[in-house]
Design a protein around this ligand. Structure first.
Ligand code: UGA
Length: 429
């Protein structure tokens, strides 16, 4: 099939390359010339394991091309996937829909007869119906559940496919698009537009709630001498609860969970349903409190004031195996400590360029050990695998004081203590 993918950020670029990988002819379109040039030359504009290989293979075999022209996109595709961002609106919790609106408006006047527009962006419930009402083409909604760091795997082997459609024909077209995944036995959920939109925000709200639940337990553990990783393990053996997404620490960040729960609350209140998801405000508040807790643990370790201290922060991205720093708990903590008078040096295996561009006032170091030189406290805030390989004895020799906050409960606290470190962690002693 001939597919276009409008918006070549994280979601769109991976979707475009993976649709080519399963045999479709794909045109990726974006207004950002630099991004399109990079992709067309086989350079990934972001760090995502496995993506450069899929990109290169499909550029080479000719099934994947890139363009900046909406008219070319409209003329090319039988199916147009809208994969543009829906960021949080500055000064509000609402999702900013201007890119979605512009993408659909850009296509509309040039569409070929019979073309299908398929939204993949995360949108407030009701958006698809609004877009469809002014459109002389069929529109469907097909939310995306890929995780950064596993984006290619999640796209090629999704755990479910959800499509909101208003015609049997739209469903048939989407079944053809995803034939490879359907043949592999992927569950297929076909529903109306509103349900499809809600599935996405409900899934992310549930995940955020699960993380904040365990982080609330961490607060109780801290006050009572209990141990949250053990508690998570023990409740997680109950298959109804499950072990995944129960890692307590500095909480969730990124371009999805925080803004999605806020946009959901905003939409619910527009609908007069504020009470139904009021708990998501609590989920958000618990999450943000964990960042403050990491700061206060570090402050205690430096003797009550950061003024004039050196602080090392290991990790800048919102999670490992990504270079994405959007709403990163690690950088929020780093900035809060710097605001209290410390000299903060940040290390990250992939996120330093993005972090430096956003926060030039922080110091950056090319190696974890160098970042720790002269530090009065080290904070481990993104659980990159390389930090678990660090030698606590070697780091102890370069710091000003061997004090560690493990904000992700991912380091071997016993090994660090054995090397002379004072270790504090979230939700445990
Ligand atoms: C999330 C969802 O997991 C995807 O299913 C969804 O498609 C995506 O948002 C999206 O809406 O596009 P992602 O933002 O890549 O994916 O990251 P997650 O793996 O969900 O992690 C989110 C945050 O939660 C990270 O900061 C991570 O460190 C934190 N987290 C995760 C915890 O603090 N504890 C956990 O147990 C798990």
């Amino acid at each position: 099939m001939r597919l276009t993918v409008i918006g070549t950020g994280y979601l769109g670029a991976v979707h475009a390359a993976c649709m080519a990988e399963v045999g479709h002819d794909v045109l990726g379109v974006d207004v950002d010339q630099a991004k399109i040039s990079a992709l067309a030359e086989g350079r990934a504009p972001f760090f995502e394991p496995g993506f450069p290989e899929v990109l290169a293979r499909n550029l080479e075999n000719g099934r994947l091309r890139f363009s900046t022209s909406p008219a070319e996109a409209a003329a090319f595709g039988d199916v147009h996937f809208v994969c543009v961002g829906t960021p949080q609106t500055p000064g509000s919790h609402a999702a900013d829909l201007r890119y979605v609106d512009a993408a659909v408006q850009g296509l509309a006047p040039h569409l070929r007869p019979g073309a299908l527009i398929v939204g993949k962006s995360t949108v407030p419930v009701g958006t698809a119906a609004r877009l469809a009402s002014g459109l002389d083409a069929d529109l469907a909604w097909n939310p995306e559940f890929l995780r950064e760091g596993f984006a290619v795997e999640d796209t090629l082997r999704p755990d479910r496919l959800v499509v909101g459609v208003t015609s049997p024909r739209a469903e048939a077209v989407l079944r053809e698009v995803y034939a490879t995944m359907l043949d592999a036995g992927t569950p297929w959920v076909s529903t109306d537009l509103a349900t499809a939109e809600l599935v996405k925000v409900a899934a992310n709200s549930f995940l955020a709630t699960k993380i904040s639940f365990i982080n609330a337990m961490a607060e109780i553990c801290e006050a009572t001498g209990a141990d949250v990783p053990t508690l998570a393990e023990a409740i997680g053996y109950d298959a109804r609860i499950g072990r995944r997404f129960l890692r307590a620490g500095v909480g969730f960040g990124g371009g999805c969970l925080p803004k999605d729960i806020r946009a959901f609350r905003h939409r619910a209140s527009e609908l007069g349903l504020e009470e139904s998801v009021r708990f998501l405000g609590e989920v958000d508040a618990i999450n943000l409190r964990r960042r403050s807790r990491a700061v206060s643990l570090a402050r205690e370790l430096v003797g009550g004031s950061f003024a004039g201290t050196g602080v090392a922060v290991l990790g800048a991205t919102f999670k490992p195996d990504s270079d994405d720093i959007r709403d990163s708990p690690a950088l929020a903590v780093a900035n809060a400590i710097r605001a209290e008078g410390a000299r903060v040096t940040v290390h990250d295996p992939q996120g330093v360029d993005n972090a430096r561009a956003a926060f030039p006032e922080l110091d950056y170091s090319p190696s974890a050990q160098k970042a720790c030189e002269g530090a009065h406290v080290v904070l481990h805030l993104t659980e990159w695998a390389e930090y678990r390989q660090l030698d606590p004895a070697a780091i102890a020799e370069v710091v000003a004081a061997p004090a560690l906050v493990d904000g992700r409960n991912a380091l071997d606290a016993a090994a660090w203590r054995a090397a002379g470190w004072t270790v504090r962690a979230l939700g445990r002693q």
